[in-house]
Design a protein around this ligand. Structure first.
Ligand code: ATP
Ligand code: MG
Length: 468
């Protein structure tokens, strides 16, 4: 029996092209076409579709519409049909359990989705869902990598294509100097000392502070190769693709490049050409450009391609350090992330900006459970308690606010390039980072052997003191 598709889209040209194409389909039939939300509600009731494709709908948010439809019709599966420019929302849609395809929609893409068992789109937490038909997988005429079989213990994280879920953590804070880079560095180093299912974690840190990033400096690492090296190679690939399509690369507009970028894919094996390695920990780092001017040449589509490729790499954990802004780079880092560490200091300006950011993300229906708030540089006596801050942010009562104490060792560790996580002694900030790290990703109780062992200091005991 043919699956029934309801199209909700105000782009009439795109719909009529699809109607023509699907006339021949043996798997799928269009049961209704709505150009607005009210009409769509009526058709959901009268036409009983199996699938709903959400194109552009003036004045409506696809994510919100999908959630509302799903409440009333939980058995339906949803597809977001995006223009190449809208692809930055792909991770967001995926997390809401929508399949994402790119316009112009091909019959084959829709037919392929009819084959997926119903259980795969509904009722499963987003992170356990199978990889949807992402634009790069479905549309790419030049898939440049052939997925290789990768053994569980493959030590090279840039080798092959990942099978397991990746953990992408973005460290963000809408105010400068609150400790984002410090916390990113420490979390990255902490994860290199941890194991999951007996295997050391493979960790990559990325500096998304494109113009003024200092992540490499805080680990005494060189700044070449870097993100810009990768961007230059992407441009070479895009230029030759444009030429293959009979276009002159020097006359193309940004939107046209975005479109071309959605048609190519990069190879996860190439990542190793662009990373520097921190030898003490084995941490891989994709640093920001050495020259500020290079950062001006990095576009949203470069970053999109890079993030998509990293998601297919074999890294277990990817940490992104960001700038305190709301540029494309930062927004993409937030939407690609499985978890976000929102860093602030216990001072009003920082607290106010986090509140404003939370408001924005709530309005964009960003899944709040992904956000972990971390107050850095907490002193013994603060004007605001964590409870007061939590109430101000209107966080869910189950949500913990993490804190990292103000610690003189931090400044020293940044100046020397030696992370506090590698410090042999007891440092308060170290325990706090470890608590945060554990909350972000469950790890084995046993650590990586080479990790510096902390001397377990005996706790003072009154009895021992009395009786020796
Ligand atoms: N827990 C801490 N205790 C003491 N000092 C700290 C702590 N965390 C950060 N600092 C100090 O704050 C400075 C700024 O930290 P960091 O560079 O990590 O902030 P940032 O949020 O990344 O800044 P930017 O917005 O410029 O990227 C550090 O150089 C360090 O001296
Ligand atoms: Mg920073």
């Amino acid at each position: 029996m043919k699956k029934r598709l309801l199209i909700v889209d105000d782009d009439k040209d795109s719909t009529s092209a699809l109607v023509r194409q699907l006339a021949e389909s043996t798997w799928l039939e269009i049961c209704g076409i709505a150009t607005g939300i009210d009409e769509a509600w009526q058709m959901l009731q009268t036409t009983l579709p199996d699938m709903v494709m959400l194109g552009t709908i003036k004045g409506a948010e696809r994510g919100v519409v999908c959630q509302q439809f799903r409440l009333a019709y939980p058995q339906l599966s949803f597809i977001a049909a995006c223009s190449p420019q809208e692809l930055m929302w792909e991770p967001f849609f995926r997390n809401l359990g929508l399949w994402v395809i790119v316009k112009p929609v091909q019959t084959g893409q829709l037919e392929a989705l009819t084959m997926v068992p119903q259980a795969m789109y509904t009722g499963i937490p987003p992170q356990q869902q199978p990889a949807p038909l992402a634009a790069t997988a479905v549309l790419s005429p030049t898939v440049s990598h052939t997925p290789q079989a990768v053994t569980e213990n493959d030590p090279d994280p840039t080798n092959g294509v990942s099978t397991g879920p990746k953990h992408l953590i973005t460290v963000y804070g809408p105010k400068g100097g609150v400790g984002k880079t410090f916390i990113s560095r420490e979390l990255a180093v902490y994860f290199t000392t941890q194991k999951q299912e007996g295997r050391p974690l493979r960790v990559l840190a990325i500096d998304f502070n494109l113009d003024l990033g200092t992540f490499a400096t805080t680990l005494n690492l060189p700044r070449t190769p870097n993100l810009f090296t990768w961007v230059q190679d992407i441009d070479t690939q895009l230029h030759s693709y444009a030429q293959q399509q009979g276009r002159d690369p020097f006359t193309l507009r940004n939107e046209e490049w975005q479109e071309f970028a959605s048609s190519i894919s990069l190879s996860p094996q190439d990542i190793e050409k662009y990373i520097v390695t921190h030898t003490e920990t084995g941490l891989h780092v994709l640093t920001s450009p050495r020259d500020i001017r290079h950062s001006f040449e990095i576009r949203d589509y470069h970053l999109y391609l890079i993030l998509e490729t990293l998601k297919q790499s074999m890294y277990d954990v990817i940490l992104i350090d960001t700038a305190p802004d709301t540029t494309d780079a930062t927004i993409q880092a937030l939407f690609f992330a499985e978890q976000v560490v929102m860093v602030g200091n216990p001072v009003v300006d920082s607290i106010e900006n986090i509140q404003r950011l939370l408001k924005l993300l709530r309005e964009a229906e960003y899944p709040e459970e992904r956000i972990q708030v971390c107050m850095n540089r907490l002193q013994r006596k603060e004007m605001f308690t964590l409870e007061e801050i939590r109430a101000y942010f209107q966080l869910h009562p189950s949500k913990k606010i993490y804190s990292v104490p103000d610690d003189a060792e931090v400044k020293k560790s940044i100046n020397t390039g030696v992370p506090v996580m590698l410090h042999p002694g007891r440092i308060a900030a170290k325990d706090a980072i470890e608590t945060l790290g554990k909350a972000l990703l469950p790890v084995d109780s046993e650590r990586v052997g080479s990790a510096p062992k902390e001397k377990t200091k005996e706790r003072p005991s009154l009895f021992r003191w009395l009786w020796g």
